[in-house]
Design a protein around this ligand. Structure first.
Ligand code: DAT
Length: 179
């Protein structure tokens, strides 16, 4: 796997993105435990940093103050060693990331997961459309060097293990290349 040219960091920064419900948190938690890298769950951090503005009634979620969030994260991202978990990726600085993983599911799996989470109506439909039209994958390819953007299937539990192992191999290679 190729790595984008970056400012030297002690450890790489990994972006894990994809439609809500594809399995980002599940993967990031396991990857963080296995690798020792810090899991930055942007939805939670946005709350902690007070970066959530007024509520969007249509999408039933708060609106993110992106500039404030980015300012708050700059220092920790410059140090490296982070796994960033978010359902969007275009507003992060490109220089922050050494590799980007976009998790994917089939539509039936995603539908079941989102319904189990209590999503209904437009919010449910829009997220299913987002996956059907591979919106986040396209966003990642448009925002980062395509050589560092990797699609990972995240449907079956065995794929969770496979994905963690694959990213850990990538990490090992990064440390070898950047000693
Ligand atoms: P996200 O953080 O992308 O919103 P999640 O990690 O909360 O998604 O996962 C949504 C649900 O899917 C949750 O019930 C766990 C399940 N899940 C995640 N990855 C999976 C996998 N590889 N195989 C089976 N189920 C998975």
């Amino acid at each position: 796997m190729a790595t984008a040219p970056q400012i030297k960091r002690q450890a790489p920064n990994i972006l894990v993105t994809g439609t809500p419900g594809v399995g980002k948190s599940t993967l990031c938690q396991k990857l963080s435990e296995t690798s020792g890298l810090q899991w930055l769950e942007i939805s939670k951090i946005a709350k902690d940093y007070n970066c959530l503005e007024e509520y969007d009634e249509v999408y039933q979620c708060p609106i993110l103050d992106e500039d404030k969030l980015l300012d708050g994260l700059e220092e920790v991202m410059c140090k490296g060693g982070n796994i960033v978990d978010y359902h969007s990726c275009e507003f992060f600085p490109e220089r922050w990331f050494d590799v980007v993983f976009v998790l994917r599911t089939d539509n039936t799996t995603l539908y079941d997961r989102l319904v189990a989470r209590g999503y209904t109506g437009k919010k449910l439909e829009d997220n299913i459309d987002c996956e059907i039209f591979q919106t986040i994958l396209e966003e990642a390819r448009a925002s980062y060097n395509v050589d560092i953007v990797h699609e990972l299937s995240s449907v079956a539990p065995t794929e969770l293990e496979d994905n963690v192992n694959r990213i850990c191999l990538w990490l090992q290679q990064w440390f070898q290349d950047n000693q």
